[in-house]
Design a binder for this molecule. Structure first.
Ligand SMILES: [Zn+2]
Length: 409
């Protein structure tokens, strides 16, 4: 199959030759291409991107508002309480069906790679892990799902919790993490971080923490995570999600921390929708934005990738899983609405995300797996501004979804 007349992020008109049997990109040529005997899709100058990478999701928490009542609070701990109560009452069948609905949504948006945190504390943890492992298998070859065991800190983190983490890894997780700041004290949080590092090293798996996910400027678990990463030489295998507190750090401390994040080759994952939703909720006006310093992190050379985070649950009642909406929130939230940032933003939901998820077979390049999304726009700029809902999604060289009206399959 040939995709002709597409426009890439550098505004170049290209044609892409796909090998449908192997599912790889055979050739990319600038301009038109002769196409005798091949199936040709004329994309009419539409914007083409590698399949999107969502670096932060909670598939086991999405669409809870389908089955539980909305709770009107932007305060994280209150919303989380309602969310957990809802999750505890789900059957395994409901967990599976709601999770599958999420993946169907990701596909329509062109997201073909998702890192999701599955809650492994509280009740029903086995049902959640089983459902997600099952879906990962069912969508293999179509959507890549990476599972991070998530210690929500619903329970006190002790030896029993450590054993549960190990059991959940044995059920098939790809990595582990959690939110140490929700433990009762800093000492407990540090114990949890070190213990999760010990376990991750033992099983040779990756780590992704919900790090400093609150507004207090004194919240500093990221420095402990950075220190453990460097001491154990786990370069490239660790991610810091959210880092909301960085928004409130003293400038000098923030930049010292960034330097160490860079030396540790730690990925930073920003999920601007939920970060904007939760930050400032305990304050009177003026309210802070709570997004980590994305432009400064990028300038430091740190790999920053993008997550959409929750979909239609108590923490984010209005999410739909579309990374373009997350990027729109980021453009406003961190003043990235100028042309010079558009390519960076696109990279955050593509190549940077692939680096975070440690996917090597990725990109709009010859020889790479043909995971591609085409938007109903004529440039990257228009794509970010218009957030077009109609898309053509190709996974492993085959059309997985198409809502572009003028292109029939
Ligand atoms: Zn999260």
């Amino acid at each position: 199959m040939i995709l002709k007349n597409a426009l890439n992020e550098n505004n170049e008109r290209i044609s892409i030759v796909l090998d449908e049997s192997s599912g790889i990109i055979k050739r990319i040529v600038k301009g038109e291409i002769s196409s005798i005997g091949d199936k040709v899709l004329d994309l009419g100058g539409r914007f083409v991107s590698p399949g999107l990478v969502d670096s932060h999701a909670h598939i086991d928490s999405n669409f809870l508002l389908d089955v539980c009542k909305e709770v009107e609070t932007p305060k994280f701990t209150e919303a989380l309480k309602a969310l957990i109560e809802c999750k505890e009452n789900l059957t395994e069948d409901e967990i599976y069906k709601l999770a599958k609905k999420s993946i169907d949504h990701y596909i329509t948006h062109g997201t073909l790679f998702v890192r999701t945190h599955v809650m492994i504390d509280g009740k029903k943890w086995k049902e959640r892990v089983r459902s997600l492992v099952r879906l990962r298998e069912e969508f293999k070859g179509k959507v890549y799902i990476q599972l991070i065991g998530f210690v929500q800190s619903y329970d006190y983190f002790d030896k029993e919790q450590e054993e549960r983490v190990i059991k959940s890894i044995e059920m098939g997780l790809d990595g582990i993490g959690g939110q140490p700041h929700l433990q009762p004290s800093r000492e407990d949080g540090i114990y949890m971080v070190k213990s999760l590092f010990d376990i991750a090293e033992q099983f040779n798996i990756i780590l992704d923490f919900h790090a400093d996910y609150a507004d207090e400027p004194d919240l500093k678990f990221s420095e402990v995570i950075v220190s453990e990463t460097i001491r154990r030489k786990l370069y490239g295998k660790v991610s810091l999600s959210h880092l909301i507190a960085m928004h409130s750090y003293h400038d000098d401390y923030a930049h010292r921390l960034m330097r160490w994040i860079k030396s540790a080759d730690i990925n930073v994952i920003v999920s601007p929708i939920t970060e904007l939703q939760g930050s400032g909720a305990h304050e009177n006006y003026p309210k802070r934005r709570g997004i980590p310093r994305v432009r400064e992190l990028l300038e430091e050379g740190i790999n920053v990738s993008l997550g959409h985070d929750d979909i239609q649950n108590h923490l984010n009642p209005i999410g739909d899983g579309d990374l373009l909406k997350a990027s729109f929130a980021l453009m406003i939230g961190d003043y990235m609405f100028f042309t010079r940032y558009f390519k960076d933003i696109h990279r955050m939901m593509t190549y940077n995300g692939a680096k975070t998820l440690r996917i090597t077979d990725y990109g709009l390049e010859e020889g790479k797996k043909a995971n591609i999304v085409i938007f109903n726009t004529k440039s990257l700029r228009d794509t970010l501004i218009e957030i077009p809902s109609n898309r053509l999604v190709i996974s492993g060289g085959k059309i997985l979804y198409n809502s572009l009206e003028s292109i029939t399959i």
